[in-house]
Design a protein around this ligand. Structure first.
Ligand code: CA
Length: 225
């Protein structure tokens, strides 16, 4: 899951980004409405967190374009005393709002709740054959036995399970796993896929991660195996 965080206050942006990273989200941070528009045009985010008071625009004016015709849920971040803004935000199409000062566990819970709503792309547990991935706890198991994985390996696995039976192109995986600000070496994705593959093999997972040269990777559907 990739989140666009639109927030101009650096300490808050850093804290939110850290909390979302720990929860397994990839995060793109925009400090201005202009940056937010650019990032939103480049990437299909799964969720937008939107501060209303931005240096170059009112966040509410930005909201419709970031929602992309309602396909992208938006959570508004707002100060406690801006009640009318909050109501206007919801009228303007926000899915939820979180009042500042932001409590990080609450924010993460709200993000998951919005992503779980009907029509979403998030579940709680994804299952593919013997592989289970708890998308909230960011933990995986094979045949019920826990498989220790890093944050990026979990993100790769989540994407491959969702795309099971189809090739997940390199670019789509990179978008799912890394934010713009992440420092990504040229072979970082290969390294994550390799670690994930070794971990699944060590857990005697019968489903192999198939490399499709020059294109990407895939997990077969269990019935095709
Ligand atoms: Ca602000």
């Amino acid at each position: 899951m990739r989140v666009l965080l639109v927030e101009d206050h650096p300490p808050l942006a850093d804290a939110v980004r850290d909390a979302l990273h720990r929860a397994g989200f990839a995060v793109d941070h925009a400090g201005t409405a202009g940056d937010a528009r650019e990032m939103s045009a480049l990437v299909d985010h799964d969720l937008v967190l939107l501060d209303l008071g931005l240096p170059d625009a009112d966040g509410l004016r930005l909201l419709p374009s970031l929602r992309k015709d309602g396909r992208v849920p938006v959570i508004v971040l707002t100060a406690r005393d801006q009640l009318t803004d909050r109501l206007a935000g919801l009228d303007g199409g926000a899915d939820d709002y979180v009042v500042k000062p932001v409590e990080m566990p609450e924010l993460v819970a709200r993000c998951r709740a919005v992503l779980r709503r009907p029509g979403d792309r998030s579940g709680t547990t994804l299952q593919l054959g013997p592989i289970a991935l708890d998308t909230a706890a960011r933990s995986a198991s094979v045949g019920g036995a826990p498989v220790p994985l890093g944050r990026r390996e979990v993100a790769v696995l989540e994407h491959l399970i969702r795309a099971a039976g189809r090739v997940a192109p390199r670019r789509a995986l990179e978008e799912a796993v890394y934010g713009f600000d992440d420092e990504v070496g040229p072979n970082a994705l290969e390294a994550s896929v390799s670690r994930l593959r070794r971990a699944l093999e060590a857990a005697e997972c019968p489903l192999p991660i198939v490399t499709v040269r020059g294109v990407g990777w895939m997990l077969p559907r269990e019935d095709a195996h």
